[in-house]
Design a protein around this ligand. Structure first.
Ligand SMILES: Nc1ncnc2c1ncn2[C@@H]1O[C@H](COP(=O)(O)OP(=O)(O)OP(=O)(O)O)[C@@H](O)[C@H]1O
Length: 271
């Protein structure tokens, strides 16, 4: 197992945002985390990427305990993430954004940079090569010199993936990658996620769009009110009465995205 999560909990005051959640992320697979609004998905993401410290439980990555490690150490260990709202340097070009991700792994010191030592020049060239390769891989090479704030939303999302890949992660966690993009763009994003896995990077994602999840995920963790209510293959999860109940419950409270999810779970759809 690439990542093992055991008994993970996080309370905010008296609220159990995540309670006693255990699951694994298997190497080379796509693991999805789903659940109604407020189920604890983002909190769980923040716990396994070191943005929150858990109240209880453990996170193991490549057989090493990384529980409570701060975000930068988790990233150094090989876990990268994107955010629900894309976080790019808005006034920099798309290429400069991805270069920043390459720099995170650079061994050059400030002295190397100031004196432009051979090591620095070598690393600079390698970073630029890597940036161009990642821009091509994510399908946005033509936007490399555009200012991040000016490019379409889909391009920004792809740039965020390129930036995360620039840190050379073994596990890439995507927080709602398909939020705010069209159905066509979502389908294309699904293809990109498959290519990321083919590249040797394991993927975890939080997502509301059931069409994407059901066609993409190898295993799905379902949360409701902070607790794990199901964990299995898409087939197992879509027919689980507790999952249907959780989604119907949320739907009856007027959550449109969950209602979409139920619609999209009808047989014959998905893969
Ligand atoms: N920093 C925080 N302080 C206090 N409560 C929080 C905090 N973050 C999350 N919560 C609460 O924890 C619960 C789980 O929230 P979380 O954002 O993890 O759910 P989610 O499944 O990601 O929801 P959504 O699908 O709406 O993004 C919610 O009740 C939320 O209000």
């Amino acid at each position: 197992m690439l990542m093992q999560v055991r008994g993970l909990s996080k309370t905010f005051g008296g609220l159990h945002a995540v309670e006693d959640v255990s699951f694994d992320i298997a190497e080379g697979e796509i693991t999805a985390i789903i659940g109604p609004n407020g189920a604890g998905k983002s909190t769980l993401f923040n716990l396994i990427t070191g943005f929150y410290r858990p109240t209880a439980g453990s996170v193991t990555f490549k057989a090493k305990d990384i529980t409570g490690h701060p975000a930068h150490r988790t990233a150094q260990a090989g876990v990268a993430r994107t955010f629900q709202t894309t976080k790019l340097f808005e006034h920099s070009s798309i290429a400069e954004n991805v270069l920043a991700g390459c720099a995170a792994g650079s061994r050059s010191t400030l002295i190397d940079a100031v004196f432009r030592t051979p090591r620095h020049r070598r690393e600079e060239k390698a970073s630029m090569d890597k940036t161009l390769e990642l821009l091509e891989f994510t399908g946005i090479l033509e936007f490399k010199d555009e200012i991040a704030a000016n490019v379409p939303h889909e391009v920004q999302k792809r740039a965020a993936v390129a930036l995360a890949l620039a840190t050379e992660p073994e596990l890439l966690l995507l927080d709602e990658p398909a939020a705010g993009i069209t159905e066509d763009e979502t389908a294309r994003f699904g293809q990109l996620i498959r290519q990321i896995v083919a590249r040797g990077v394991t993927v975890g994602l939080v997502e509301h769009k059931m069409s994407l999840i059901m066609s993409l995920a190898d295993s799905i963790l379902v949360l409701d009110q902070g607790r794990r209510i199901a964990w299995g293959t898409p087939e197992e999860v879509r027919s689980d009465p507790r999952v249907i109940e959780a989604y119907l419950g949320a739907g009856s409270q007027g959550s449109t995205s969950q209602e979409d999810g139920i619609q999209e779970r009808t047989p014959g759809q998905g893969a």
